[in-house]
Every structure is written in C-alpha cells, then in structure tokens.
Design a protein around this ligand. Structure first.
Ligand code: 7PM
Length: 258
C-alpha cells in the first residue's frame, strides 16, 4: 500500500502532493513500483497535528480520488475517520476505507456499513493531539488484540461482515518504542483475530529512535521492519517507499514459499 498524503503538514512528505497533478504522478509511480493499493489522506494524523474541517478534507481528496480511480489499475484507499469524507470518497471511486479511529467517531460505523466497502480498523490509544504524551499498557499485544477484536465484533453487529475487514496495530499511535517493538515482535498474535493484518511502519519515529536517522533516511530501517512484520503474518504493508519495500518483500516471499 503506497502512501499519498494530500496535506500541507504531513511529517515526512509535507506539502509535496497538495498539487493534484503532482499527486497523480506520484501515485502512478508507486503503482509502477509495485503498489497494490494507493492510500490517500487529506488530514495529517501526526502527533500534535491540528484537525482539518470536513469540507477542507473533502476538497483535498475527492478530485484526486476521482482521477486515480479512473486512471490506475489498483484500488484507492481513503485514510479518514469522518463519515462524510468516507461517503464522498466512496462516491468518487474509493475502494477501501482506512480509519485510524477504527470507526469510533459518531456516525462512522453506520456510514461504513451503508457504503459497503472494505475497512481497515486501526488501534490508537488517545487522540493524535495527545497520544504520545504518556502511553501506558499492561500487556500491549493483548490490549491491542482485545481492542481490535471488539471493533471487529462491533462492525459485525453493525452489518459489516468480518470478511470485509482488515486490522492494524497502529504503530506510533499512542505507543512508546518499547510498545512498538513488543507489537512487532508479537504481531503473529494479531493474525488469530481472522482479518488480514496491515502494518504501517514507514519512516516512523520508532525507526528514528532505533537508528538515530532523520525521517528522510529511514528507508532501510522501514524495509527491515516490513520484512519482520510479513514474517510474523502481516498481509499488507503501508509505506512511503514502495520500490525498496517491494524488492525486500519479493525476497521474503520467495523464502517463505520454500
Ligand atoms: C506518526 C504516526 C506520524 C503516524 C505519522 C503517522 C497509519 C495509518 C498513518 C498506520 C494505517 C504515517 C502516519 N499511519 N493508517 N495512517 N496504519 N492503517 O506514517 O500505521 O503516514 S498516518
């Protein structure tokens, strides 16, 4: 899954793709490099980020989704938590809803059920503004698995079948480095929930903490993390660095098939 941020403040590619033409070229390049899904976000979810209005988020993403859905041979995912944005994105041709709030905002569960698209449910402790202040868990893997299992059940009750869901531990979303490492190490326990597991590790702070590198120099670290995640059962990898990740996962996949 290649990341396309249409925001002026995204932490690793801030503002680069606000211009629709540039965004479309970048998405097409990621598909050529092997991306199977393009994930479009119009609201930054980095720690401390200020929310954008629904109208502004729709204004940013809808024109890009309309164009990409027509031109690209892969599904377009909409990274949003707002029901109105989910509806507008689906009408524009999106094929997947990626929600860091796991459909917990008012109206999101109903909207997603009505829309009928697949949904990625992500774990987050707290809110993007405050989540990194002092995250705490007893057993982080058990708590994340418990949360995701409960959200899968809530979706089913609302009319979204389990077969339409993905789950994601939400690396960096209300987690210390220790929590993130425990989740990566224990990722296989999430596969027991049933839905495919998606991971997003690309360029994140945990990789910076481990390598001492700035956000633009974390490709190797992110690729290593992606391989470890896939070895532990991840089915999808969300990344800024599609070419390098696809190469590494080709090797991991070949070895996994022996
Ligand atoms: C800190 C944390 C900074 C996260 C930036 C981010 C994910 C996502 C994002 C993820 C799914 C980023 C982000 N991360 N959706 N949206 N999983 N499903 O790295 O890990 O782009 S935002």
């Amino acid at each position: 899954m290649g990341i396309l941020n249409i925001t002026p403040d995204s932490f690793s590619d801030g503002g680069d793709f606000l211009c629709p033409d540039h965004a479309i070229r970048h998405a097409a390049a990621m598909v050529e490099q092997g991306a199977a899904i393009i994930d479009i976000g119009g609201e930054s979810t980095r720690p401390g980020a200020e929310p954008v209005t629904t109208a502004e988020e729709i204004r940013r993403v809808v024109p890009v989704i309309e164009t990409l859905a027509r031109r690209l041979p892969v599904p377009i995912s909409i990274d949003t938590s707002k029901p109105e944005v989910m509806r507008a994105a689906a009408a524009a041709g999106a094929g997947l809803i990626n929600d860091v709030y796991a459909l917990r905002l008012d109206g999101a569960l109903t909207a997603a059920a009505e829309i009928g698209l697949p949904v990625c449910l992500m774990h987050m402790q707290g809110t993007p503004r405050t989540m990194q202040a002092d995250p705490r868990y007893g057993d982080v893997v058990a708590e994340v698995a418990g949360f995701l299992g409960a959200r899968v059940d809530a979706c089913e009750m609302a009319g979204i079948p389990r077969t339409r869901l993905l789950v994601d531990p939400g690396f960096g979303f209300g987690k210390t480095l220790t929590h993130n490492l425990a989740l990566l190490s224990g990722l296989a326990r999430l596969t027991g929930l049933g839905p495919p597991v998606l991971v997003g590790l690309s360029r994140k702070g945990m990789l910076g903490r481990l390598t001492g590198r700035e956000v633009g120099d974390r490709v190797a670290a992110g690729v290593a993390a992606a391989v470890l995640a896939v070895e532990r059962g991840a089915a999808l990898v969300r990344t800024h660095d599609v070419a390098a990740t696809v190469d590494a996962l080709s090797v991991a996949d070949a070895v996994g098939r022996v």
